[in-house]
Design a protein around this ligand. Structure first.
Ligand code: NDP
Length: 288
């Protein structure tokens, strides 16, 4: 049996259409959601992500501004900019592209973003709300994965979900969201022993490791739903996931392609979070 390759492009396109309609409705009421993206330094991958985010905003009618700061920017200068954006009524979401240069402490910067404008759900207060299941902003990549599973009507309650990776950005919040969906969740990491034995029990397997093609067919149960969060370069410099797509294709029931599924879905959730933040912020006048 060959896996169903999840059509990420179609899923993303339909959700962005829905967001566009929401933005249009807000525009009719004289409001426009706004996102500020802050990029410090000249990391080329970060520059590409930032461009994609700004382009996606434009597509759905969200106002966006990109603040490109030199690598030598001081922490104080960055905090001053964030303070201004926190008070800017046109801006409902603030995203500071990580990683930051080494001389800037990421946690201090994240803590300085207004919790109401933290559309990434990185602020400890928002992470705390997620932990205790209080409604609020959800982290983009994990909520994008849940969105994919919902749209495909994958049953989650009572199923065994295995998440490989325990980062604060992907692995841990992913596990929490799956738990909220009543899955039985196992988290694996670099110290996990007999990884394949555990991942082979998964009805839903989420790979968020950052190691090109490390998940092979021996890691996957027949018919499992395999979600590949990884974004890596293979030996030829080609973009690839954490899952060895060709090797797993015959075993999995569903599989996400890389690129073209979790990546664009993550940006789509960012758009959704920005619109939701604007809705919560009440009435704002469109920028000139
Ligand atoms: P991190 O490097 O922060 O975390 C990687 C996790 O994988 C760690 O928990 C680590 O374990 C675990 N790990 C490393 N090696 C192994 C191994 N051999 N076996 C099992 N677990 C292992 O990465 P991120 O979570 O930030 O990102 C993961 C991947 O997802 C990357 O490829 C990244 O580019 C991609 N990504 C994609 C996004 C998208 O939009 N598509 C968004 C964000 C990330 P330990 O904790 O023990 O070190």
């Amino acid at each position: 049996m060959t896996a169903n390759v999840i059509n990420g492009k179609a899923l993303v396109a339909s959700i962005r259409e829905e967001i566009k309609r929401d933005v249009q409705e807000m525009a009719n009421a004289g409001k426009q959601p706004g996102l500020a993206v802050v990029l410090v330094g000249d990391d080329s991958a970060s520059a590409v992500y930032v461009r994609n985010k700004a382009k996606a905003c434009e597509e759905v009618g969200i106002y966006s501004e990109v603040h490109r700061l030199p690598a030598e920017t001081t922490e104080t200068e960055l905090l001053t900019l964030i303070g201004q954006l926190n008070n800017d009524e046109r801006i409902h979401g603030i995203l500071v592209q990580l990683p930051l240069p080494k001389h800037i402490q990421e946690d201090i910067v994240i803590d300085s973003i207004s919790i109401h404008k933290d559309v990434d759900c990185f602020h400890p207060a928002n992470v705390g709300n997620l932990m205790i299941g209080k409604p609020g902003v959800l982290p983009c990549t994990p909520s994008g994965v849940i969105e994919i599973l919902h749209r495909l009507q994958v049953p989650l309650a009572g199923k065994h979900a295995v998440v490989v990776g325990r980062s604060n950005i992907v692995g841990k919040p992913m596990a929490l969201l799956l738990l909220q969906e009543h899955a039985t969740v196992t988290i694996c990491h670099s110290r996990t022993e007999r990884l394949a034995e555990i991942t082979r029990q998964a009805d839903i397997l989420v790979a968020a490791v950052g190691r090109a093609k490390m998940i092979k067919k021996e890691h996957v149960k027949e018919g499992a739903v395999v979600i590949d969060v990884g974004m890596n370069r293979d030996e030829n410099g080609k973009l690839c996931g954490d899952v060895d797509f060709d090797d797993v294709l015959e075993t999995a029931g569903y599989i996400t392609p890389v690129p073209g599924c979790v990546g664009p879905m993550t940006i789509t959730m960012l758009l959704k979070n920005t619109v939701a933040a604007a809705e919560r912020a009440g009435s704002h006048v469109s920028p000139e």
